[in-house]
Design a protein around this ligand. Sequence first.
Ligand code: PMP
Length: 286
Amino acid sequence: MSLKIWIDGKLLDKEHATVSVFDHGLLYGDGVFEGIRAYNGRIFECKAHLRRLSDSAKSIRLDMTYSTEQIEEGMLTAMKANNLIDCYFRVVITRGPGDLGIDPRKSKQPVTIIIADQVGVYPKEMYEKGISIISSSYVRQHPNACSPRIKSLNYLNNILGKIEANDAGVHDAIMYNHEGNISEMTAANVFFVRDGIIATPTTSCGILEGVTRNAIFQIAAKLGVPLIEKRLQRADMYIADEMFVTGTGAEVMPVTTADHRVIGSGTCGPVTKKLMDAFHGHVREG
Ligand code: PMP
């Protein structure tokens, strides 16, 4: 059976789910998106994701055709149509078809797409041994350029970081902001543990405010583990006892080497493990 894709209220077979070559999402990366997961038929932090989607749309002056409630309904429809209970959603809103100039006023009708597909899970071994990362030489885009808080269809800044990681033969790359402070990984937020205290870059450091990041704040509070937001530099990474990253896809993933240096003990540390276990419980509880 072909995967069913929801586009503007209609369910279409994957082969027929297409957009115009004049769509400004394609021509200019003019649009916004979300990556969301469902566990056992329940959408994890749906409201928070859709709030971020509408914030992203508002930031780029894109009027959404559908309310967040209608998008949530569309997600459930797409999930059911594909007989999925554990799934990954990609919700995309493009500026829609226009002409070849950049003026968004020419695009009269945004296009809303919901893809519900199987989740591409990472190997279990990665969660035990941790991943290797490097420091990217690309500066995370300036908050006053196109803010990293906007989850826009233009991910080239992040993709360049990812290419650097690929070339270096490691899993991913950490990006620094224009002031040299750590911002985030190419598609995940970053955390460090030192002396039992968790630290993560503040939202003003040029990050996407991750939904998983916010869940970790709640979990850490519940477990009584102190967590602070601060400005962090490369040196903080090298002396950390533990390092991990969070995201909808990766969930909580330990990082055990950075710039070819071993971080902490070189395996998943106890605080990271505690958070990973608590996160798994948290997502299953809904
Ligand atoms: N930063 C970036 C740049 C991302 O693309 C993502 C993935 N959406 C994250 C952080 C993590 O966000 P979330 O936990 O909401 O998936």
